[in-house]
Design a binder for this molecule. Structure first.
Ligand code: PEP
Ligand code: MN
Length: 367
């Protein structure tokens, strides 16, 4: 079901003068006044307008640095006063909300561990009722788009219309090159369900290490994300949290300069060629639907035949042959084995479902 949420673009609120992408940067955690101020000044000098710093840090395991707490808000206030940057931090409970509002925070975000907890989300949503600042909601740690949308709805129902979503990847048990697996189909699904929502990618928490940041940021831009939240630190390797994934403000500038920003429809581009190609794609799709219909009718006839003759639905030898035959045919037409295999597995599964229906009908008819 499509969400009925109507959301203002934070872009309109926050940085109407700044072109896409919206960039939010700053340290994982505020550590000391000096580290916060130096990082902010270097970021500002490199054109960054929105500063982030974790004041309260939700850590997976105890005995890690859990943030400097309320005193760190004074340093954020100083960043705002001295650099003119907008300041943002993460809130995980009602106390954090009140302290942040009191300190003049311009934007808050909800961490992934909090989004996964509807009770916590509801309490925070009730606490921010009536405030005007944007609320960015990170995806939950688990790959559950409904839970993510549920959190967005709770804020929306509390009257918050300046809402954005942050994609920071999802925990997985399997070993992966990523700290949190991106599962791009999930933010894409979110954007399909709530098209007006500004979508920010957080490559830092997806990557877990510096060297993957460029590639993930580029991918987010190519998927038409509205912005990036990237952790930065004057001395990344000495950071008190997430040291492996932070970069210097200078490295951030290079990353951003190297990004290729593609537009949905760049100015001056005629859609005629694209429209023509899309028209031809639609014709191909029409053909595919017709052929699938024809194939399913044949599957149905085979099902009836198997039923009549008491044959099993699954005939592994036959399925093997179909797959091999089509993989070979596909290779001759430059279609990858993996692609052809996936398509035929889906088609085969649907054939089995259809024939199972026919067999079950027979059982029911007998009763
Ligand atoms: C963070 O932004 O520093 C943070 C704790 O992120 P996440 O909630 O994505 O783990
Ligand atoms: Mn972090």
């Amino acid at each position: 079901m499509e969400s009925t949420i109507k959301i203002k673009k934070i872009k309109e609120w926050a940085i109407s003068s700044t072109e896409k992408p919206i960039i939010i940067s700053g340290p994982c955690s505020a550590e000391t006044e000096k580290q916060v101020m130096q990082t902010a000044k270097q970021l500002k000098a490199n054109g960054i307008e929105i500063f982030r710093a974790g004041i309260w840090k939700p850590r997976t395991r105890p005995n890690s640095f859990e943030g400097v707490g309320t005193p760190g808000l004074e340093w954020l206030k100083q960043v705002k006063a001295e650099t003119g940057m907008l300041i943002s931090t993460e809130v995980a409970n009602v106390k954090h909300v009140y302290e942040s509002i009191k300190a003049g925070i311009d934007m808050i975000w909800i961490g992934a561990r909090t989004t996964a907890n509807p009770f916590a989300i509801q309490e925070i949503a009730d606490a921010v009722r009536g405030i005007k600042i944007p609320v960015l909601i990170k995806n939950p740690v688990n790959p559950d788009v409904e839970l993510w949308i549920g959190a967005i709805e709770r804020f929306y129902n509390a009257g918050i219309t300046n809402i954005g979503a942050i994609h920071r990847g999802f925990s997985g048990f399997e070993k992966s090159i990523y700290r949190n697996i991106p599962q791009w189909q999930i933010p894409i699904e979110l954007k399909t369900r709530i098209p007006q929502i500004p979508l920010i990618c957080d490559p830092s928490h997806i990557a877990g290490e510096r060297k993957l940041l460029q590639e993930i940021s580029q991918k987010a831009m190519d998927l038409n994300f509205d912005g990036l939240m990237i952790e930065s630190h004057t001395e990344p390797e000495k950071a008190w949290s997430d040291a492996k994934q932070q970069i210097t403000p200078k490295a951030l500038k290079k990353l951003l300069d190297d990004l290729i920003i593609r537009q949905e429809v760049p100015p001056g581009i005629s859609l005629e060629t694209l429209d023509d190609l899309r028209f031809r794609i639609d014709l191909c799709d029409d053909e595919m639907i017709k052929i699938l219909e024809k194939r399913m009718k044949l599957v149905h006839s085979i099902g009836l035949y198997k039923k009549e003759n008491n044959m099993t639905i699954l005939q592994p030898g036959r399925w093997d042959k179909i797959l091999k035959r089509n993989i070979n045919k596909g290779l001759q037409k430059n279609l990858k084995t993996d692609f052809v295999t996936k398509i035929f597995k889906i088609i085969h599964q649907e054939s089995i479902n259809e024939q199972t229906k026919i067999m079950n009908y027979k059982i029911k008819a007998k009763v």
